[in-house]
Write a protein that binds this ligand. Sequence first.
Ligand SMILES: O=C[C@H](O)[C@@H](O)[C@H](O)CC(=O)O
Length: 272
Amino acid sequence: MSHLLRKPENNKLADGVTLVHEVTEENSDLHYVGFKVVDLEPNTSYDEKLTNLELCVVALTGKITVTDGYQSFSDIGTRESVFERKPTDSVYVSHNKTVTITANTKARVALCFAPSDKELPTKLIKAEDNGVEHRGKYNNKRQVHNILPDSDPSANSLLVVEVFTETANWSSYPPHKHDQDNLPNESFLEESYYHEMDPPQGFVFQRVYTEDRSLDETMAVENANVVLVPKGYHPVGVPDGYASYYLNVMAGPERIWKFHNEKDHEWIIDRD
Ligand SMILES: O=C[C@H](O)[C@@H](O)[C@H](O)CC(=O)O
């Protein structure tokens, strides 16, 4: 199996609390992006102590209450399945705080991390504050919910976005990369993909490859898998009959999403 593909670990932390994924600097090649998924049964809690990391808690499914010890956001989260295709609520918390997430209903929660030493206000990012975009045409159509885009200065280096790709379509396509710290032409951002499929027995293909092909991996990605993109192009192809959801976390030295399309395939954008 590719070292960029992560299957659910389903590590039981306590009764009703399961750590589905844990991507850290220690267990991956990533230095900027950290990512966890936690499943909570009703009335159970998960604590996350932040030291030199900032965090965006995304209520993927179910209702949760999030507190940073000072402020509390109760009963947030808008959906029972990500495939309701509507935005959800999230909470941004800067470094040095302890965050408690309590489930009001059965919930799946994503924790998106990036390095930070900046004290910034804790912020509820309401579902209705997500910028919704419809990108692409023909079989390249996707719906994007911008949770923490670079136009929102609430975070130090975190960028968070969710993407729905219709059946038999492609996204993160034509292939693009953001692995050079060369602004204003391109920014360096690591990225993680948390994938779900509808119906859940589906799969998608994701290729991660660099210009010189020293990295070139094509992965069969199943429901609740995570793909890590330390560098390179990273397109996703969705087979007929299945719809795709993914949550992206991006972070790097500068909080700017400036990508470079692979020239050979850029014509895809310009078709009439
Ligand atoms: O770099 C960003 C990510 O790869 C996705 O968010 C992607 O660009 C989504 C898309 O437009 O298809």
